[in-house]
Design a protein around this ligand. Structure first.
Ligand code: URA
Length: 434
């Protein structure tokens, strides 16, 4: 079968075989299919969406285009989690140790952030000394001893996805649910897990703008993941406001650490984050066969007894990090309310956009992050504020006064404050079962 046949089959809506996807992925990986033909196939796939069974075949072909982390020999169950990303989403920092404290084994490969949603590797690299370039043997050894290891995605993990994803980015073919599904799941399968919890976020701070769009992606991930041999649980979660109080790399690490250390002292933003972590951890345990009451009690015990905190410090220390040397911003500027009323909305995109503008995230792949930059929220939706009350504190390397995108007015624009207002009800998390 020639590459032109592969494109023609897709263009004409014919069912494509696993062998066809293997040929496509080998050509993408080896560079033997030129970008213009891969791009033509991608546009055909965008216009003629893959069926769930084709998507499962493409997923496996992409996963098998590179190496797979061997989990054999590590204590079962092997679980991974994936979030589609959001503002203040430091969930992996909480869940990796929490899973380990609950008896699950997780080897996780994470990426960097671009734009308003941060990447776990960037967050962890804000900890002086923390190593993210771990060999497969080192990841396995650490996961065997403490239950959790996390490294940066390597070049040989689903290499066909890397090529196809880069082309999708520049050919207006990102927004295809089957292609997104195959892209996400191929990396997870190559990462070695057999159980997977997926947190699909929706809202202004997420990749999927609406609940319905996120739900459609969640359902596709569940169907295709199952067809590809994984046990999958998918949740759709709210990203229409920042998750937790901290947005910014070192600040998010500090927040996760403080919440695991003193969960009872969490402020309302921290409590919301812990509620979601708790929910996802219970779903993970039940997915691996633990009955609901036992799962709930294990998660609660791991948090309340300090077992999850002990796993967190063991993990960071194992990977060389020194939490006592987290960078601290030179300037900390409170942003005060200029209106009295109820906080009805906190726009995650506006807050994260200002953090990126101050150097706390990347606008382009080449940007260098300032890890100490970010913001700490002091209010939640539904809070009453008076004029002069602090809304958030900006952590920056330079004074923010003259900054066009991160001025006090820009931060304030992230808050909708309405006298007598009532914030709309939104569920924090919904499990998708179809
Ligand atoms: N994340 C991925 O890894 N792939 C996509 O296609 C979209 C989001």
């Amino acid at each position: 079968m020639t590459t032109i046949d592969l494109i023609r089959q897709r263009r004409d809506g014919e069912v494509q075989s696993r062998a066809a996807f293997d040929a496509l992925c080998a050509g993408a990986r080896d560079g033997t299919i030129p970008d213009y033909q891969l791009s033509a196939w991608l546009m055909a796939a965008y216009l003629r969406p893959l069926t769930p069974s084709e998507t499962a075949d493409l997923t496996l072909a992409m996963a098998e285009s590179g190496t797979r982390i061997p989990m054999a020999g590590l204590p079962r169950p092997w679980l991974d989690k994936h979030s589609t990303g959001g503002v203040g989403d430091k969930m992996t920092l909480l869940l990796g140790p929490l899973f380990a404290a609950c008896g699950l084994t997780t080897v996780k490969l994470s990426g960097r952030g671009l734009g308003i949603t941060g990447g776990t590797i960037d967050k962890l690299e804000s900890i002086p000394g923390f190593q993210t370039q771990l060999s497969v043997e080192a990841l396995r050894d650490q996961a065997n001893r403490i239950g959790f290891a996390l490294g940066a995605q390597t070049q040989d993990l689903a290499p066909a996805d890397r090529v196809l994803y880069a082309l999708r980015d520049v050919t207006a073919t990102i927004e295809s649910i089957p292609l997104i599904t195959a892209s996400i799941l191929s990396k997870k399968i190559a990462g070695g897990c057999d159980h997977l919890v997926l947190d699909v976020k929706y809202g202004r701070g997420a990749f999927m703008p609406t609940f319905d769009a996120a739900r459609a992606l969640a359902a596709s991930l569940r169907t295709v993941g199952t067809a590809a041999g994984l046990r999958v649980r998918t949740l759709v979660t709210d990203m229409d406001e920042p998750l937790g109080a901290a947005v910014g790399n070192a600040l998010e690490v500090a927040e996760a650490h403080a919440l695991l250390r003193h969960p009872d002292a969490a402020d309302p933003r921290g409590q919301r984050l812990l509620t979601l972590a708790n929910r996802i951890a219970v779903e993970a345990l039940t997915l691996t066969g633990t009955p609901v009451p036992e799962a709930e009690s294990r998660v609660e015990t791991a948090l309340r007894t300090g077992a999850a905190h002990a796993k967190f410090t063991a993990w960071i220390t194992e990977q060389g990090g020194d939490l006592s040397r987290l960078p601290i911003a030179a300037y900390q500027t409170p942003i005060l309310a200029e209106t009295a009323g109820t906080v009805t909305e906190i726009d995650p995109a506006q807050i994260a956009g200002a953090v990126v503008a101050l150097g706390g995230g990347r606008a382009t792949k080449a940007d260098v992050i300032r890890p100490e930059v970010g913001a700490i929220l002091h209010v939640s939706r539904g809070d009453q504020v008076r004029i002069g009350d602090p809304l958030l504190t900006v952590h920056s390397a330079h004074p923010i006064d003259a900054h066009p995108i991160a001025s006090a007015a820009a931060w304030r624009a992230g808050f909708q404050i309405v006298p007598g207002g009532v914030p709309a009800e939104r569920p924090l998390a919904t499990v998708v079962t179809d």
